[in-house]
Design a binder for this molecule. Sequence first.
Ligand code: ZN
Length: 317
Amino acid sequence: MSSLRYVIGVDLGGTTVKSGLVSSDGKIHAQVKLPSLENEGPKAVIEQIKRSIKGILADVDGKSVEGIGIGAPGVIEKEGGIVKNPPNLSGWNEIPLGDEIHRSFRMNVEVENDANAAAIAEAKFGAGKKYPNFIFVIWGTGVGGGIISNGKIYRGPSGGAGEIGHISIKYNGLMCNCGAKGCVEAYIGQKHLSSRAAKILKEHPGSKIIQLVGGDLSKIEPLYISQAADAGDKVARDILVEAGTFLGVAIGAVMNTLDFRVSIIGGGISAAGKYVFDAITESVKAHVLTPLRNDSIVVPAKLGNCAGILGAAGLVL
Ligand SMILES: [Zn+2]
């Protein structure tokens, strides 16, 4: 006899909508991936979400599906599952996504911010299983985050908590997309990291990064920086170590504020490996108060690309 329960997790991004049938033990049994069609506006995107859910429901093989969880960019109002001003979905001001999906499928629907959903995934099924309290950081195009407190996501009064990318590490520093100065995202977000590397490389023409992009500095991506670092390129390592150090300053501030000891790092750039993790750890230890110093740890996330679907499913499991 199986006591497993089944739900659908939907990971809504600027480029793709991914839905998966997920069981309560954290396994993904089927997946449907569609383009999100974000340039055609909210209606088209919602249709794609519905199509992807229908695709899963057509293939459940007799299993009963108990609910639908959706991870979406932007700030989410829980009541009605309203998605507010997601940065990479054009024309979305306030869309009652949860209600829309509920009307079509008549089952429990929960919507949550995508970084919060990824934090929930790590807490339930990934690197956070043994830690009741941790800060989750997702480091990619931007720097997002989520706070897991006593095993549960801390959303704040209006769902906007955990925005670690917008902690300023320099009060008069670089201008960030959000309108403030010196946010850590403005230093280590994918685009910024690449342009920073391009600047530094003008003085280091022998760096392996330049070979990897065939001499075209506009083609620099974090992947190349980390490949060069793995091959022993000192300039590449220095760039990653500096980025990790910056992130550690922001994480240290959160640790001190929350009395937390654990941070879990996911997202594309976190795959850059050991140099980055060592740098983050050292920087965190250098910026937290003495009682936290010895126990402070920085752990790589476990779930990678699956975190979106699993975290969304975790909302209704
Ligand atoms: Zn900012």
